[in-house]
Design a protein around this ligand. Structure first.
Ligand code: NAP
Length: 309
């Protein structure tokens, strides 16, 4: 029987692991399908305190894992397939095995949002991608025109990163101002290789018949005019959806599926705690996720202490 199972090894999960490990609870920490979380798909993290020169996202996550393991966290590669929360102890199905636990900290993060176009899913990995740091340096994108869709920090980061490889980066955004932070927007708009395409939505990715990306069809929302931008790759960076599907119906969520904490980081079900992007649609920063992981761990520890009284 576990005292604490932590779902997720992003900033929230690994910080919760560090704190519960230091509290002597020997947490079982399950990686899910993306060990290290979304930060492993980014390049340099410049806004995590303590690293004045910035730090590589993978390096930061690997250090967090080592730090948690040093105090007894048990990080295991595994995905939770089902949860049984109606009885105590809680039961999880992890890669066909049953795990019993007195508390769960859900730090399952969020996944990339898709445009929802049929051509997008048919051309995924054939030129459509959701991660410039993972795929941007591929030969198929080198010295080619590329498209980034979105107007937030992620889209700006992708566009700046891709400007090292592509011949020109078209940044297609549905409004005429970027949502991104001032510093990222400034860097993006002053990059000579990045060309914003304002007030425009992507209506189709071309060309499904050729089984590869050769362009995107965009529609200007102000004029209604459609046009085609030639490109070899489309990088979709339009935000995220929380990974909370397993808990639908069991835990209180908002209309977009973010789990709503009720007391500190405890969900509406005592013994189940949340942290990071699966419950935060406002801040969504590495450092706030880490802070929430810390808070969830402290809440879980106090809950267990109360049970033992
Ligand atoms: P975001 O801030 O939610 O931005 C999503 C962007 O995609 C918005 O510009 C939005 O347009 C657009 N969009 C959403 N749905 C769309 C659709 N169906 N079709 C076309 N466009 C669509 O998401 P994010 O950029 O992934 O950032 C998430 C969080 O991570 C933010 O808090 C951000 O600050 C943080 N982050 C920080 C850094 C950094 O500091 N270096 C890097 C990456 C991410 P509208 O603007 O019109 O809504």
């Amino acid at each position: 029987m576990e005292k604490v199972v932590i779902m997720g090894t992003g900033c929230a999960g690994l910080t919760a692991a560090l704190y519960t490990a230091r509290a002597g609870l020997s947490p079982l920490v399950l990686t899910g399908t993306l060990p290290g979380g979304l930060l492993t798909t980014t390049s340099i993290v410049e806004n995590f305190p303590g690293f004045p020169e910035g730090i590589d996202g993978c390096e930061l996550m690997s250090r967090m894992q080592k730090q948690a393991e040093r105090f007894g966290a048990r990080v295991r590669f595994g995905t939770v397939e089902a949860v049984h929360l109606s009885e105590r102890p809680f039961r999880l199905t992890v890669d066909d095995e049953q795990v019993e636990t007195r508390t769960i900290i859900i730090a399952s993060g969020a996944s990339h949002r898709h445009l929802g176009l049929e051509s997008e899913s048919l051309l995924e990995r054939k030129g459509v991608t959701y991660c410039a740091t993972c795929d941007g340096a591929l030969p198929m994108f080198r010295n080619q025109p590329l498209v980034v869709v979105g107007g937030g920090d992620s889209a700006c980061e992708e566009a700046i990163f891709l400007s090292r490889f592509g011949s020109v980066i078209h940044l297609v955004h549905r409004r005429d101002t970027l949502r991104a932070s001032k510093i990222m927007a400034g860097r993006t708009l002053s990059n000579p290789k990045i060309k914003p395409v304002w007030d425009s939505v992507t209506t189709e990715i071309l060309d499904v018949k050729q089984d590869k990306v050769i362009g995107v069809r965009v529609k200007n929302l102000k004029t209604g005019k459609e046009s085609v931008i030639d490109c070899a790759g489309v990088f979709v960076a339009i935000g995220h959806v929380p990974n909370t599907e397993l808990f639908r119906g069991a835990l209180e969520m908002d209309e977009n599926g973010y789990i709503v904490p009720k007391h500190g980081m405890e969900s509406n079900l005592p013994g189940i705690f949340v942290a990071g992007d699966c419950s935060d649609h406002v801040y969504r920063q590495a450092v706030t996720a880490a802070g929430m992981g810390c808070a969830a761990a402290i809440d879980a520890e106090r809950y267990l202490a109360r049970l033992n009284q």
